[in-house]
Design a protein around this ligand. Structure first.
Ligand SMILES: NC(=O)CCC(=O)C(=O)O
Length: 266
């Protein structure tokens, strides 16, 4: 299976429409790949909080249209990263879009863990509730977004739902790059799954982005890693390695669930 992670640069010097057209062109250039991945909130930038409301789109808005067409032009499965979604009946959401090679919508995932504590995304956007997996030929992907990477229980839920390849678009800052790499490897090893983590390059809202998109196999080996700038990271991987790893080293079978709470002595 061949995957291309498009680590696009998000800068204020470029308009959203220009970046949308550029992203669509980059997706088209990936014809021949099985799966193409874009990062989180690449239209606005994940830290450009003031732009979320200004650039929010309905689910089937301009980014959806451009990405559906790009997926079908290239004939690829496309995880189109996420957009600020304006729900007509509710708040904004940080929503990822997945398209089939014929440009049909395959899934939408509303980010569950919002970043910012008491500001930013955490107050400007609503939280999703639903786990999302998508069956592709050869593997089942489980999707999560950026800050979700810090919450292992979400990934266990995806694995329980059949995920073998964890696809994580992000807008991760350079300042915490060490966490990004460490957590991507940890999620791969503990879930015995491939991790495809696609970040952004460039600087927006004064926050330099980490880049360093990364692909990790179920044994924790890094198959490919990008540099800091805009780049398309292409990798070949064998989805059968998930079943083989889970069979040869069956740690997932040793999970002990429903433990008792700590007992007080005395
Ligand atoms: N956009 C995000 O979710 C940022 C996450 C982040 O910076 C972190 O977890 O650290």
């Amino acid at each position: 299976m061949r995957a291309s992670l498009i680590q696009i640069a998000v800068t204020e010097g470029e308009s959203v429409e220009s970046r949308r057209q550029r992203a669509a062109a980059l997706v088209r250039e990936q014809a021949g790949a099985d799966l193409v991945v874009l990062p989180e909130l690449w239209t606005t930038g994940a830290f450009a909080y003031e732009e979320f409301g200004r650039q929010a789109e309905p689910l089937e808005g301009p980014t959806y249209g451009a990405m559906a067409k790009a997926a079908s032009d290239a004939g690829v499965w496309l995880h189109a990263g996420s957009i600020p979604e304006r729900d007509p009946d509710g708040p904004l959401y940080n929503t990822s879009l997945v398209f089939s090679p014929s440009g049909e919508p395959a899934a939408a995932y509303r980010k569950i863990h919002r970043f910012g504590f008491d500001k930013g995304e955490a107050v400007l956007m609503g939280a999703g509730r639903d786990l999302v997996t998508v069956r592709l030929p050869g593997t089942t992907i489980g999707v999560a977004t950026c800050y979700d990477l810090r919450f292992p229980e979400l990934f266990r839920g995806l694995v329980d739902a059949g995920a073998e390849t964890l696809v994580i678009p992000a807008g991760w800052p350079e300042r915490r790059r060490a966490h990004w790499t460490l957590l991507a490897k940890a999620r791969a090893v503990e879930n015995q799954a491939f991790v495809l983590a696609c970040g952004t390059a460039g600087t927006h809202a004064g926050v330099p982005q980490a880049g360093h998109s990364i692909v990790v196999d179920p044994w924790g080996e890094v198959l490919a890693e990008a540099g800091p700038g805009e780049e398309v990271l292409t990798v070949e991987f064998d989805p059968a390695k998930v079943a083989a790893t889970r069979e040869q080293f069956p740690a997932l079978k040793d999970r002990v669930l429903g433990l008792d709470p700590p007992r007080r002595l005395g």
